[in-house]
Design a protein around this ligand. Sequence first.
Ligand SMILES: Cc1cc2nc3c(=O)[nH]c(=O)nc-3n(C[C@H](O)[C@H](O)[C@H](O)COP(=O)(O)O)c2cc1C
Length: 351
Amino acid sequence: MSALHQITTAALRCLPAETAHGLALQGLAAGFGPRERADDFPSLAQSLMGMSFANPVAVSAGFDKNALAVTGVRRLGTGFVEVGGVTPRPQPGNPRPRVFRLAEDRAAINRLGFNNDGAQAVHARLAALDMGGTPLGVNLAANGDSAEPADDFVALVERFAPVADFLTVDISCPNSSNGQVFLDPQALEGLLARLNAARDASGARPAMFGKLSPDIDDTRLAELIAVMRAAGIDAITVCNTTTERPASLQSAHAGERGGLSGAPLFEMANEMLRKVYAMTGGEVPLVGVGGIMSGADAWTKIRAGASLVQLYTGMVYEGPGLVQAIKRHLAQELERGGHANIADAVGSEHR
Ligand SMILES: Cc1cc2nc3c(=O)[nH]c(=O)nc-3n(C[C@H](O)[C@H](O)[C@H](O)COP(=O)(O)O)c2cc1C
């Protein structure tokens, strides 16, 4: 990371977490930050679900909820983009403070509650973008006060199918009253049937991703995976934040309510990733998220079964140069291990 980026990252960490995040986004939107290519390591390129990924690294959902800094985020060198979570109507989210840094633990706790500008505003921003072939995803969520959360998801698919390459159905948010309604297998089955119908009716065919919570037991996990596979889900994102609080946490904010992300989530998320890879026989592309703080962490997820990786909290601590550092590390590991390309390394720890 350049000295300037290091200083900026350190300075932002002196501000309240949400203020710092807002400034970082504004900076990226204004053209500050790294300027890296997505395609500088040819061994990291792969074709998946009909999309071309120049590399497997992206910033995860929640970082740019309102699609305000898509071009700036791409300039970090990312291979794809996911904006959102977006709800049909704008909503303010929970009262502040609602994001907490746990510096001693290299972690964060958030209970934002899907604060966002709403589908209409986000759609207008996306429609005006030129992605230059970089896959664009929208993370979808129901409004917290919605009586029919399934209707919300249907409306979001109808609106975003024409402008997105993939849509992530987030059924795993711990911070919103409707955030985990569809962690019930029967409810999920009904929802996915409606979303598939809405997508088909739209005439566009974005891939459909499902994003899971790490806070479910193995029986429930197997049921949800079975439902997703029967519905023809294209990829599974493993995973969202956890409401668990590992005993190892040191920080004063460890007792705050909300979802924990960052380093303490890493092993938990990897264990789940391995299980989902085994349950799906490696046949469904997986997006590995949770606790990636370094290139070595991203490599662990690739080997555990992730075709793509995403990170959020790691950038808070390591700065925006982390994306490029991860790509460099992955390319080196491929060469060291004699892998021709990234696809060859996916799930390699299982073989
Ligand atoms: C402040 C914050 C807001 C988030 N908002 C969303 C969201 O809107 N939708 C979603 O699916 N995940 C959201 N996430 C979860 C992240 O996408 C990711 O799954 C999680 O933070 C674990 O990755 P990490 O350890 O690299 O941060 C959010 C995370 C944070 C820290």
